[in-house]
Write a protein that binds this ligand. Structure first.
Ligand code: PXG
Ligand code: PLP
Length: 435
């Protein structure tokens, strides 16, 4: 029986369109979903960039089931349960050197709020409370809470919501079709865009700036890759001015770029890192902030019976999420998934770039197991062409993600070469049919 669709106010959804022609997923396994008509759909986007090990992995399913029966909830404030410590240690073990303190949240958005608060508090606790300004980047996505949309750079996510956080500024984004269209992997041009941070230092003075937050690869706004040398340059400028560097790795974490984290792949260590999504393979909501030891240690003074960092969520380190997280890390390790994207990158990139020359295709981008095909917008209808491609792909049994006029791909890391071919073949047809 079809459910009534009225009551559910859906997130980030063209609801009226959806409710006229609902797309209901009822089952998942491995690389696939099935819909309510029993139709099989190849998952080209890991659910929503999160199911990195593929769906319904037995070890993760069993861990969640067993945990629910054993310990359902434990208060996380001045109390804890063993798996929280175990998971924190395991995460620190795959993090860049020094990033060994783990603060748990329940989503990427909460991880971002947590990291921004940590950055502000860090400076204040150290005695440099004038550093209150937060810097983001145009076209950044940092979730949907007030801090995140303030440092974020997507007009559609900001314009309805008033004046946002005070004292925020943005550096320019790195997307440059004129110089970098159809780059394979990291683009050649644009490392100098990092110098935009120097411009903001000159404008505001470093003594007022707490942190810069960027995604190593901007996922949600259309897979915008860091030009060669760009992230290194951001790190240098932050160091020169005492500004903390936050990498938002909610999408780039857990194998998407060919190593555990984008920081590892790109060889740049931030001060704070936000995680979510792949941390539990998307199976139970969870996020985390990884902090460098040096950031954490600044907080560890004052009377020992007092809370050092007044922040946390009822469901921080939830037992079900910790159990899922541990089983997820086991699965990644047992199957070599955190580095599999590096092995498949060349093949995935070549397959995607074979779409160059199709009607309306104005750029193709790839890195690790993330890719994008950018289409020329239909006149007067921005976003419509890519949305039509999304609907066509879905009809043909392929799920992709669309943002603006960019079609994004981020398949589970267990993908087989034949399935890469299937994704590209379906996309080819959809782009031709919607031309
Ligand atoms: N930071 C980054 C870099 C993200 O990609 C978040 C924070 C927020 O995470 P939560 O768990 O609060 O959603 C994200 C999430 C898309 C899309 O269309 C991407 C995300 C979420 C929803 C849609 O690409 N990324
Ligand atoms: N609102 C009220 C009234 C609360 O009591 C709480 C938590 O105790 C919250 C919001 C925050 O909820 P959470 O800790 O799940 O983020």
């Amino acid at each position: 029986m079809k459910p009534a669709l009225d009551a559910f106010w859906m997130p980030f959804t063209a609801s009226r369109q959806f409710k006229k022609a609902p797309r209901l997923l009822t089952r998942s396994a491995g690389m696939f979903y099935w819909d309510d008509n029993g139709r099989q759909i190849l998952d080209g986007v890991s659910g929503l960039w999160c199911v990195n090990a593929g769906h319904a992995r037995p070890k993760i399913v069993q861990a969640i089931q067993a945990q629910a029966a054993e310990l359902d909830f434990a208060p996380p404030f001045n109390m804890a349960h063993p798996k929280a410590f175990e998971l924190a240690a395991r995460l620190a073990g795959i993090a860049p050197p020094g990033m060994n303190k783990v603060f748990f949240t329940n989503s990427g958005s909460e991880s971002v709020e947590t990291a921004l608060k940590m950055a502000l508090a860090y400076h204040r606790v150290r005695g440099e409370g004038s550093r209150t300004r937060l810097i983001g980047r145009e076209r950044g996505y940092h979730g949907v809470n007030f801090g995140g949309i303030s440092v974020g750079g997507m007009v559609g996510n900001r314009k309805l919501f008033g004046s946002l956080l005070a004292g925020v500024d943005h550096i320019r984004h790195t997307h440059d079709l004129a110089r970098n269209a159809f780059s394979v992997g990291q683009p050649e041009h644009g490392a100098e865009l990092a110098d935009d941070l120097e411009r903001l230092v000159a404008l505001h003075d470093a003594s007022t700036i707490a942190a810069l937050i960027v995604e190593p690869i901007a996922g949600s706004t259309g897979v915008l890759l860091p030009p060669k040398g760009y992230l290194q340059r951001l790190r240098e400028i932050c160091d020169r001015h005492g500004i903390l560097l936050i990498f938002d790795e909610v999408i780039t974490g857990f194998g998407r770029t060919g190593a555990a984290f984008g920081a590892t792949t790109f060889g740049v260590t931030p001060d704070l890192m936000t995680l979510a999504k792949g941390i539990t393979n998307g199976c139970v909501p969870m996020g985390a902030v990884l902090a460098h030891q040096a950031i954490h240690d600044v907080f560890m003074n004052g009377p020992e019976h007092l809370v050092e960092f007044p922040h946390g969520y009822t469901y921080s380190s939830h037992p079900l999420a910790c159990a899922a997280g541990l089983a997820t890390l086991d699965t990644y390790a047992e199957e070599g998934l955190l580095t599999r994207a590096a092995q498949l990158q060349a093949e995935f990139g070549a397959a995607l770039h074979s779409l160059q020359g199709l009607p309306n295709v104005i750029d193709i981008r790839n890195f690790g197991l993330v890719g994008a095909v950018e289409l020329a917008p239909r006149a007067g209808e921005p976003g419509k062409r890519a949305f039509d491609v999304f609907l066509d792909c879905y009809e043909q049994g392929l799920m992709v993600r669309v943002t603006g006029d960019t079609v994004a791909l981020a398949p589970p890391l267990i993908i087989e070469p034949a399935q890469i071919g299937q994704i590209v073949q379906t996309l080819r047809g959809a782009i031709q049919r919607t031309a």
